[in-house]
Write a protein that binds this ligand. Structure first.
Ligand code: F6P
Length: 381
């Protein structure tokens, strides 16, 4: 379906927020208004906002008229400050000053209801009634799956935009938010080093990333953390934890005073454990350092789960630039009468649209292994 300039394009942020979502929204709105003369609707709280709006008008013939009136009346900031308004016609001012801000001014949510085909049908009907012919979804794996299903089940033009600090989407080299989250982790490691050095301690820091070790790996390489443990390395066992503790002890014997160990949240243990990896490692290391006759029985280990800190903060220039490039490509695909539904991706340093379900970049896994190897050699003390 081709898009006429007067049909609005809807944009939403879904799943875990990622730095760069605001920069992306700003770029979508400004390109829509300045370059393509096409209005942009911002959807509040991701798919959940669409479902809420669909429910508001359901079974009420006047409902859709009222919703349209609300959208026309409360544009830009007026719409944004009313937490009940799910669909907002964005203007220049509403995206002013947001580029570097973490989070998303539209709000984001995980919407379990959207797994149901009948709920997606309600949303498709709503968008059709509003005259919206295209939807742009920024988010991670689950959100992009939702976008793919909408593309399969409707005549809407659908573009997905990878935005997740996990960097676990293997068809793109980078997702929005990764660069900023790595910066935040480097900042955090620097702070932990100060106290680790003062007390001659081992700090075990747990990073986010779901099943992927990419965030931890990149942060380790950029911060100089002494060790990084990722899910791709396979499950940790008693023996592999002792091997790491031996390595740390060896470094202490050679005069090293402290160590920073990063462990990705997705690392599994054998036998399985329900506690956070940082705490499991702390116990294993501490037990090893305090064994009878050990040379550094006073060596203390402190764990920290860094958590949602990693999702916030000022967006880096790298993420702002990628956001602008993704937005430009999304618009190009939407306005091309032969354009496909799909996802913006950074491949071989070029931004392009790949179809939903596009195979992984084989280089991603190779790069991950190489990065970990490089880190090992750089951090060998
Ligand atoms: O996908 C982003 C992410 O931050 C993961 O790294 C983490 O496992 C998860 O989201 C946390 O989700 P929530 O914000 O729902 O606690």
């Amino acid at each position: 379906m081709s898009l006429s300039p007067e049909s609005p394009v809807a944009v939403l942020c879904s799943g875990g927020d990622a730095p760069g979502m605001n920069a992306f929204l700003r770029a979508m709105v400004r390109l829509g208004l300045n370059r393509h003369e096409t209005p942009v609707y911002g959807i509040r709280d991701g798919y959940r906002g669409l479902v809420r709006a669909a429910r508001q008008v359901e079974g009420d013939p006047e409902g859709i008229v009222r919703l349209k009136q609300e959208i026309e009346r409360n544009t830009g900031h007026r719409g944004l400050i009313d937490a009940q308004q799910c669909i907002i016609q964005m203007d220049h001012a509403s995206v002013s000053g947001i580029m570097g801000k973490g989070g998303t001014i539209l709000g984001s949510a995980r919407c379990l209801d959207f797994h149901k085909p009948e709920v997606r049908r309600e949303v498709i009907t709503l968008l059709e009634k509003l005259g919206v012919k295209a939807l742009v979804v920024s988010g991670g794996d689950g959100s992009l799956t939702g976008a793919r299903l909408l593309a399969e089940e409707s005549n809407l033009r659908i573009i997905g935009v990878p935005a997740t600090i996990d960097n676990d989407l293997q068809f793109t080299e980078m997702a929005l938010g990764v660069d900023t989250a790595v910066h935040t982790l480097v900042w955090a490691v620097d702070h932990f080093i100060d106290t680790a050095r003062s007390h001659r301690r081992v700090m075990v820091l747990e990073t986010m990333g779901r099943e992927s070790g990419d965030l931890a790996r990149m942060a380790a390489l950029a911060s100089g953390a002494e060790m990084v443990i990722t899910p791709e390395g396979g499950p940790m066992t008693e023996a592999s934890m002792i091997a790491l503790a031996e390595k740390i002890e060896g470094a202490m014997t050679r005069g090293r005073g402290h160590a920073i160990i990063l462990i990705a949240e997705g690392v599994r243990f054998e036998p399985p454990q329900s506690r956070n990896g940082a705490y499991i490692l702390r116990d294993a290391f501490q037990k090893y350092f305090q064994r009878e006759g050990a040379p550094f029985q006073d060596l203390e280990v402190r764990p920290s789960v860094l958590g949602h800190l990693q999702r916030g903060g000022h967006t880096t220039p790298g993420d702002c630039i990628l956001a602008a490039r993704f937005a430009e490509e999304a618009w190009k695909a939407l306005l091309d009468p032969n354009g496909i539904n799909g996802i913006t991706a950074l491949r071989y340093n070029k931004v392009e649209i790949v179809p939903f379900g596009c195979p992984d970049l084989p280089e991603r896994a190779i790069h991950s292994r190489a990065m970990e190897h490089l880190h090992d050699d750089l951090s060998n003390w």
